[in-house]
Ligand binder design. Sequence first.
Ligand SMILES: Cc1cc2nc3c(=O)[nH]c(=O)nc-3n(C[C@H](O)[C@H](O)[C@H](O)COP(=O)(O)O)c2cc1C
Length: 197
Amino acid sequence: MDVLVFLGSPRKKGNSEILTEALLEGVRDEGGVEEIIRLCDLKISPCISCGGCNKTGKCVVEDDMTPLYEKIITTDKIILSSPIFFYGITAQAKAFIDRTQALWNRKRLMQIKGEWVDNPERQGFFISVAATKGARIFEGAILTMKYGYDAMGIQYAGDFLVNGPDKRGDMAKNDKKLAEATKAGKNFILGLSAHVD
Ligand SMILES: Cc1cc2nc3c(=O)[nH]c(=O)nc-3n(C[C@H](O)[C@H](O)[C@H](O)COP(=O)(O)O)c2cc1C
């Protein structure tokens, strides 16, 4: 099964990437084959709210987001990881999500024409880390991701969230969470609950 993975942190080998790698071990164990896309290596302009996609479901801005639309439409499983920056996902990940407005319009137009079919096999997963332990630290990011996956026509299947890691590599010291992430990755591919006891 193909899995499209978006890394949202600007920090290479950072905490969210380490956590993502642990989760991907579980994905591979269950036969998932991932393509990893580092959003910071791409030039993705923020949505300019031109309305160009309203009638076509296609974005008029041509940049590194352009080829990603087809990948999103044709892949059943998507994972996005991002650290928390100011109670949300990173600016790079947010620009990517905002540009899925074209897919939201594509879905809306297909629904009007009776061409849209919900596919429960299409599922999205969110991975995040935050330095602090505030009870509501992930709430904004989860809402953004739920709505983003909805625009892509994908069900939000779950998330794996870790409080505490801050300095690069902190995440590597938490063997328990890394093992749980691997389990969550397996469950994601198997279509089971992402919850790990
Ligand atoms: C610009 C910026 C904003 C941040 N905002 C928050 C925040 O609002 N809450 C929090 O708990 N941590 C915040 N952090 C800390 C990161 O979430 C933390 O360092 C995380 O481990 C970074 O993950 P990474 O190594 O994958 O980039 C912020 C870090 C940066 C650089």
